[in-house]
Structure formats: structure tokens, C-alpha cells
Design a protein around this ligand. Structure first.
Ligand code: GDP
Ligand code: MG
Length: 367
């Protein structure tokens, strides 16, 4: 072996030895640094994604919320048709409709159509009954001026064209007025509207506190003057303040119960009257909040409030816990007031624009 070859071999050996020593040293360092909790090289990590619950996001679909109703209406129709004969069926169809809170007037309309448009043979087919109910429900909602929701925001079909626009919210105790007002205020504020909520339910001690919690959550201002017990004074002052201070929307909460129903209606009429002294066409919306669970009572209440106050829209709450979704159809058939919103829970996102198409599908489709 010549000198050159020897030199090359020595160089190779020293490269291998030095390389190995460096590698071993590096591994040792890494191990030590890992044990000390300090990485050799710092790779900046993104902050862990914080899962903030979006309060504006609804957790349920309408179909889920109306699962009970479906079980009662279409589910019952379906099981009926699976094992009965034609004529017997049609009486039982009528009974199912009656017990689904559609209201007698609506049931009569529907049964009249069944008799006039379907032959006996056609009546024995559930597909025909289903199609007929769909057509009739669609027509009933259209006649009540129900408009399909706008994807922009849930209040798209409520008036906001005046500055300030005044919404008065009425309904019996426990229907969900204060909760609905809180949710609505949050949605308006999210869209950049300047909102004032007036605590017009001066008769219940706890009402002011509950409204305050909601306005804080919605980050809007509450108008609740100390010591003022006259709801008309609250309404008047709130509308005057909103006009003077450039608010976009004023929402007025109201009492749901007085000594007598006549007292209540008089008080609400007075509230309405005093507002017109500030803004002649206020309130621009008079919304009734109805608990869907109250079935036929919801219809009776709506009729009474409507004749006293001239309602412009309906909010149907607690659709998440009801087997009586049929009341939405009955209300539309009998009063012709549009259902604008539905409440399906207690979160802000559980207040949704009412879609008659989605509602009908939830009631009458199995998929
Ligand atoms: P008000 O007396 O008309 O003002 O009714 P509240 O707003 O105080 O509501 C009465 C109760 O119903 C409260 O416990 C609310 O949380 C509840 N509530 C309101 N809306 C809904 C809804 O859509 N679904 C459910 N599950 N509960 C609701
Ligand atoms: Mg209340």
C-alpha cells in the first residue's frame, strides 16, 4: 500500500470517527435538553384553537325540534295507513288532525278538500293524503303572508326601515317574551344596530332583573327607570329617548298578566297610544309571543290580542318541547297573521326565522 492510499484511508477513518462522535454528542444534548424540557430548536407552535361556543349557532334542526310533532301527525297517519281499510281510515285521519292542534276550522277545511278532491280509492293511499296536506298547508301559510326567510338575518322580514323603528312585544306570562326580546336584541346588535330595550313589564318584580341579564348578554342598552311603575310612561320615555339619541330599534317588553284580561288589554292599548305622541306610526311591529305547547289556548290568546292591538306578526316559542306544532297551521288559517320567528331553545341561536317550507317538510316528510 502506497503512502497516498494510506493517507486516504486515514482521512476516511477520521471523517467516520469525527462524524460518529458529533452524532453521539448531538444525541446526548438532545436527550439532556428534552429532560430539561427545553427543545434544541424552537419551532413556534400556533396557539391551540380555543373552542368558543357560538351562541348564534343553533344546535338543532327544525326537524329534530319537531320530532314529537312528526310522531304525532305524519307518524300517526303512517301507522294508521299501514293496517286499516279505506273508509275507516278517513274518519281516523280526521281524528288525528283534530288531536294535532290544527284547530277545528283548519281540520274542516282539510277534510272538505279530502272529500272533494280525492275519490274513495285515492283516499286509501297515504301518498295522496300527504300530498293534499302539503298543498293545503302551503296555501294556508301563503294566505297568512308568511315569507320564506332571508338568509341574511333572522329579522329580515320585520320592519327596520324607520329610525327609530319600534317593536312592541306582547303575550301572556311565561310565553317567552323577555327571552325572545333578549335573543332578538343580540341578533340586531350583531348586525351593528343601535338597540334600546324598554322594561315595560313593570308589574312583575323579577321581570326587570331578567331583562337586564339578557341585555347584558346581548350587549345592548336597557331602559328601566328607577321607581317608574306606569308601563305607558316607560314606553313613552323609551321611544322619546330613542328618537332623541338616534337609536335604530326600540323593543318594548310588556306585562303578560294583570288583575283581569280587560285590564291588561287596556294597559297595552294605552302603551300603544302614548307612543304615537312621539312617533305617529309607532309601534311599527306588534309581535305576539305564543308558547307552542299551549295548543288551542295559543289560538285563543292570539285572537284576543289581535282584536285589541292589531298584531303584525307571531313568534312561536318552545317548538323544541312540543308535540303541538300543528298550532302554527291553525294560527295562520284562522288569523292570517304571519309567523315570523320560532324559538327552539334558550340560546340566542335558538331563535330562528320561520320557514313554512321547512316546517311542512318537518311535519309531513319522513326523510
Ligand atoms: P315571558 O313571561 O313571556 O317574558 O317569558 P320568559 O321570557 O320569561 O320565558 C319563560 C320561560 O320559558 C323561561 O324559562 C325561558 O327560558 C323559557 N323559554 C323561552 N323561550 C323558549 C324556547 O324557545 N324554548 C324553551 N325550551 N324554553 C324557552
Ligand atoms: Mg317577561
Amino acid at each position: 500500500m502506497g503512502q497516498l492510499e494510506l493517507a486516504i484511508i486515514l482521512v476516511i477513518i477520521s471523517v467516520v470517527v469525527v462524524g460518529s462522535i458529533t452524532y453521539i454528542q448531538n444525541q446526548k444534548n438532545k436527550k439532556r435538553e428534552q429532560q430539561q424540557g427545553c427543545p434544541v430548536k424552537f419551532h413556534p407552535q400556533p396557539d391551540p384553537v380555543v373552542q368558543v361556543e357560538d351562541e348564534f349557532q343553533s344546535t338543532k334542526t327544525l326537524k329534530e325540534a319537531l320530532a314529537q310533532t312528526e310522531k304525532n301527525l305524519f307518524g300517526r297517519l303512517k301507522s294508521l295507513f299501514s293496517n286499516e281499510t279505506a273508509r275507516k281510515n278517513i274518519d281516523e285521519v280526521e281524528e288525528i288532525l283534530y288531536t294535532s292542534d290544527l284547530g277545528p276550522q283548519t281540520v274542516q277545511r282539510l277534510m272538505g278538500k279530502v272529500e272533494s278532491e280525492l275519490s274513495s280509492k285515492e283516499q286509501s293511499n297515504i301518498g295522496n293524503i300527504q300530498a293534499l296536506l302539503k298543498t293545503e298547508f302551503t296555501d294556508i301559510f301563503a294566505q297568512a303572508h308568511v315569507v320564506e326567510p332571508d338568509s341574511k338575518h333572522i329579522f329580515a322580514h320585520l320592519r327596520t326601515d324607520q329610525k327609530p323603528t319600534v317593536w312592541m312585544v306582547v303575550g301572556v306570562n311565561g310565553a317567552g317574551k323577555t327571552t325572545t326580546i333578549g335573543k332578538l336584541a343580540a341578533h340586531l346588535a350583531k348586525e351593528g344596530k343601535k338597540v334600546l330595550v324598554a322594561a315595560g313589564d313593570t308589574f312583575r318584580a323579577a321581570a326587570g332583573g331578567q331583562l337586564k341579564v339578557w341585555t347584558e348578554r346581548a350587549q345592548v342598552e336597557i331602559f328601566s327607570p328607577e321607581g317608574v311603575t306606569d308601563p305607558s310612561a316607560v314606553a313613552f320615555d323609551a321611544v322619546a329617548k330613542a328618537k332623541a339619541q338616534d337609536y335604530d330599534v326600540v323593543i318594548i317588553d310588556t306585562a303578560g298578566r294583570l288583575h283581569t284580561q280587560a285590564n291588561l288589554m287596556d294597559e297595552l292599548k294605552k302603551m300603544k297610544r302614548v307612543m304615537t305622541k312621539v312617533i305617529p306610526d309607532a309601534p311599527h311591529e306588534t309581535l305576539i309571543v305564543l308558547d307552542a305547547n299551549s295548543g288551542q289556548n295559543a289560538l285563543i290568546q292570539a285572537r284576543e290580542f289581535h282584536s285589541a292591538l292589531g298584531l303584525t306578526g307571531v313568534v312561536l316559542t318552545k317548538m323544541d318541547g312540543t308535540a303541538k306544532g300543528g298550532v302554527a297551521v291553525g294560527l295562520s288559517q284562522e288569523l292570517k297573521i304571519p309567523i315570523r320567528l320560532i324559538g327552539m331553545g334558550e340560546k340566542i341561536g335558538d331563535l330562528r326565522a320561520f320557514s313554512s317550507q321547512e316546517f311542512i317538510a318537518s311535519l309531513l316528510d319522513l326523510e
